[in-house]
Each structure stands twice: as structure tokens, then as C-alpha cells.
Write a protein that binds this ligand. Sequence first.
Ligand SMILES: Nc1ncnc2c1ncn2[C@@H]1O[C@H](COP(=O)(O)OP(=O)(O)OP(=O)(O)O)[C@@H](O)[C@H]1O
Length: 655
Amino acid sequence: MIPGGGGGIEFMLGRRARRRRVSTVPDSGLTGPVDIPEPKRDDEPKDLRSRFKRMRESVTGTVRGLPKVAKLTWQASPVLTITIAVITIVSGLTPTITAYVSKLLIDSVVAAIQGKGTTGAIVGVAALEFGVLTLTAVCQALTQISQSLLQERMTLSIRHQVMRHASELHLSYFEGSESYDMLRQAAQEAPSRPLSMMNSALGLVRTTITFSSMIALLVSVSPLLALVALLAPVPAFISQSKYGSRAFWLTVMMSPLKRRMDYLSTLVTTDTYAKETKLFGLGPYFVERFRQLGAVSYERQRKLTRNRSISSTSWGLLSTFVGSAIALYIALEAVGGRLTLGDLALYTAAATSVQTSVSGLFTAFSGMYENNLYLDTLYRFLATEPEIVAPPKPQRLPSTVEGHIVFDGVSFSYPGADEPALDNVSFEIKPGETVAVVGKNGAGKSTLFKLLCRLYDPTGGRILLDGVDIREFDPDELRERMSAMFQDYVTYQGTAAENIGLGDLNHLEDRELIEDSARRAGASDRIERLPSGYDSPLGRWFDQGVSLSGGEWQKIALARAFIRNAPILLLDEPTSALDAQAEHDLFARLRELAAGRTTLYISHRFSTVRQAEKILLLELGKLAESGTHDELMAQGGEYAKLFTLQAAAYLEEAK
Ligand SMILES: Nc1ncnc2c1ncn2[C@@H]1O[C@H](COP(=O)(O)OP(=O)(O)OP(=O)(O)O)[C@@H](O)[C@H]1O
């Protein structure tokens, strides 16, 4: 067993990190052997004392988890939570009442046989029994209905919380595989756990009620019997909780493997990848890798399930043996005339019930313990603080931002990277200027844009907007003043109008503005030719939509960037997929499109770069050259070299 609560989990994750290093699972899952380490713990308690210590720790950890679970359940539905709680108390009493009514019935039958009772009394007790049984049935039905409804509400409520929190987290959170695993577990495992834990907790209450009322009856016939019945289920509990923690462990360990399986499955089942997987004949290979990873995952689950059931069945048999011995003892007492037939029925029911209650108590507790471990992942995820947040007293952005940008000695390294992506970069962009950023692949151009949007914070230096460090603004407000088209723009599975409107939620359904943005991006002709124009679905996930070409999609992404009337416009290779005419048209209109805005664009085509008012050339994260086209050509540096190289290639072709 392992301690519940945060400390235990951190400890386990520490171990997990160590295990991952020795893991034989290759990072991508595409090649290499497939295996995952056994979810065994070196520090598993060996002797009884450490076992009890562990048990005490897990009891405290689990009990501490209860208020949080109660809060989650209450948040999902107060009415259903109260209903379930009330039914639990009622159904805790029904077994004892049933047992007592059975005794009354048998005694009244025996009395009638002996001529001491009446048929009327028997009918009365039978009616009472009918009433109790009806109450039991109603309670069961109500429990089932409330539980399934509460589960539905709970799943929605937790998924909603996970989505909301994920939407607030910083970009780099999604780029780490460990945090991604945590997110996956929180989203997939956690929704079913609180109700399960709540049920276990309420089961605990129910069985405690049954147990207390029954034990009173059992003690009156034989305190020794009561003690034996109490102790018999303990071993089963210990084995249950041990396997409970292993099951959790296995889920944690298998999360990376399951993600790889999901990835392989996506490669084969998603339209975006289908072309290439078919051409390179990768389908059967990916399917086989999926099968291998699946086989490993199944084998681990099978082993655990097998060991768990063998162990719990064996310990369960011990309890059955004790139960039978008690029944025999009571039967002999009845034969000896020391008990009535009604007493015999009552005590047999009581003994069985105490036994079931005790094992029920233990099972409920070990269930809670296991669920609490899973929930801890959810709590840790929900407790992850977004790294990029507004300062306590953010500076208000003026309603009209001028767009004066200064990079002052800005450096940035991606987490875990050896080399900085940007190294002491300084430059100034005047309001309304159009600036081109150029440089070789990996020079740091896109990183510069991401820092400007505050998707990351610089590791050194500062970025000023209209003279204020951008960290002093609320990041949401800052981003409202910017519009951007990234290199890996999103192709939304929605209509053409929605694809554009999503660039500005305030104008999501403003058809006039959407059409105007499409015109400015050169996308309107194609959209108008679609079967339902702007209402045509693009992509095929939800509707039988139209498939657009790469360049057509890029124009739609451009239109999305244009719809937002922001003072700063960032375009990362905006014409990489456009044909020569479309590219020419766009840049010919760029001055008009960029009027009144500070515009930065990244481009590898020097013909489009030359018209910028300022050009920044990055080399290995450093600002190597800056100036106008004429200035840089006159300098005869790297820019001049690259420009001449490209121009020469065109001239060569033209010959
Ligand atoms: N999310 C990331 N995590 C870690 N490293 C990254 C990440 N994104 C980029 N890098 C690294 O930072 C460096 C700069 O990348 P960046 O995307 O800014 O280059 P770029 O100049 O835009 O290149 P390209 O012309 O190919 O688009 C590269 O070496 C890249 O490997």
C-alpha cells in the first residue's frame, strides 16, 4: 500500500521519472522494442508494522480526500447528492428490519402451530414484511436512477472544469509530455472517479448503520462469534488495497504508451495523414505497431486482473468458511433448545450480514483509496497555475494602441533547449511601420512573434509596447490588440464563414465583415464558387464538407487574421502556399491592408521582402542585420548575398 494524498503522489512521480529513464519504450513508439516497466514498488511494506503504518497513512490521505469529492459531487448536482445521501441512510437500516421481521414471522408461525398464536398475527407480520421489501426495492431503484444521472452530470462537470482550466494554461504546458500525460488522465480517468468514491463513502455509511444494528443482535447471542465475524474479512481487505494501488500505478505507467497508441491510430484513421500513409505503404506497419503496443498493455492488465481476483477469491473463501462455521454453531444451539427457530433465523441473518458489512466496509474503503489516487491527478492538474498571467495591477491598454514596439536585449530559450532561440535581440519598430523578418530555418523568426504575443515570456530583456513592458498588461487584453496568422494555422471543421469569423468573436456572425475580410485575403472568389457559398462546410469531420487546396486554406487563414481590426498584425509566411499571382496581389495590397497598423511578416521570398519599410535579418537567434532593402544591399552582407542568390536563380530560369 502507498500513502494517499499529495506527498505520496509526488513521491511516486519522482519514481516514475526515474523509471521513465530506464524504460524501453521508445519516445515515439514508431520503432524499437515495446515494453513498459512493471508497476512494482521497491518500497512495498514487507512486515506487518510497516504495512499498518502505510494503512494509517492511506486512511488519513483518503479521508482527507472526502471533502473535495463531496464538493465535486455537490457542484455537479446538489439535488441528486442529497437524494443519494438520504437513500443511503434508509437502505442502511432495511437489512436489520428485514431480519427482524423474518424472525417475527417465523415465531408467529411456530406459535400458531403450537396453538398459541392466530392467523391474523401471521398476516399482519407478512404485510409488514411486504412493506419492508417494497421499501428496499424502491430504494434500490432510486439509487440506480440517481447514480446514473449523477454520473452523467459529474462527467460533464469535470470535463467542463478540465477544458476551462486547459484553456487558461500557458502554451509550454502542452509542449511537455509529462504534463500532457497528466492532462490525458485528468480528462479520461477522473470523471468517473468522484461518484465512485462518493458511492464508496456512502456505502461506508450504509454498511456502518447495518453493521452497528446487526452487531448489537450478534453480541447478545455470543460476543466471540461477533469477534470472529469481524476479523475474518481483514485479509481480503489488505489484498484488495494492495491491488488497488497497483491498478492506479499501472494506469500512470501506461499513459505514455496509450498516447502512442492513440497517435498511431490517428495516423491511420485521420484524413490529413491518409495520403502519405498510403503512398509510403505505412498503414500495415502502423497497424502492426499498434497491435504490439496493445498486446503489451493488455498483458499487463491481464496479469493484474488475474492476480487481483485470485487473491481476493482466496481470502474471500476464508470468510465463507467462517460464515458456515457460525451457521453450524447456531443450528446446534437451536437443536439444544437454547434458541427459538425465529432466533435461529435472526442470528443467521445477523452473522451473515455482519460479515458482509465488514467486508463491505473494507471494500468500500479500498475503493475510496484507489479512486482518491486517480483524483489526485485531477486535483494536481486543476491546481497547475498558468505561468503567463496578468500582474496584480495590470496597466490598462489605451483604446487606441499606437503599435510602437521595442525589443530591448531580448533572449529566450525553450525549456530544456541547449541553445537560445533568441539571443540579446534589440530593435525598434515605429507605429504603422511594415517590417519583414528574414533568416534561415530555425533562426528564431517565429519565436520572435510568439514572444510578442506573450505566448512565452523572454528569459532575458524586455519587450515594450508603446513604452510599457508587455508583462505589465493583462495578456488577454494585449492579445486583443494583435492579429496573427501562424505558420501552422488551424483549419477549423466548420463553414467558410465560421473559419473567418473565429478571428474576431465579436463579429463571428457579421457576414458583411467576413465577406470583406475574405475579399482582402483574396479568398472571396473561391468561397463564392462553393456549393453554399460562405455557409459551405469545410472539412469532413461533421458534414460532407468541401476539401480546399493548401493555398485556398491559407487564404481563409489570412482572412481570419484580417477580420480582427487590431493595431498590430503578425503574418508568419503568409504566402508560403499561394500561387505567384495570389502572392503578388497580396503584397501589392499589403500597404492598403496594413494601413494604420504596425505589420510584421516573415517571408523567405526576397521579392516580397524588399518592399518592407524595415527588414530584420536573424541568424542563429541573433539580430545580424537591419535596415531598408537599399541599406542592406549597400552593406553587402548576408541579406545582399541571399537576395542576389534568389534573384540570380530567377534570372537563370528566365533565360
Ligand atoms: N516549441 C518549441 N520547443 C522547443 N524548441 C523549439 C520550439 N519551437 C521552436 N524551437 C526551436 O527554436 C529555434 C527557433 O525556431 P523558430 O520556429 O523560431 O525558427 P524560424 O526562424 O521561425 O524557422 P522557420 O524558417 O523554419 O520557420 C529552432 O532551433 C527550433 O528547434
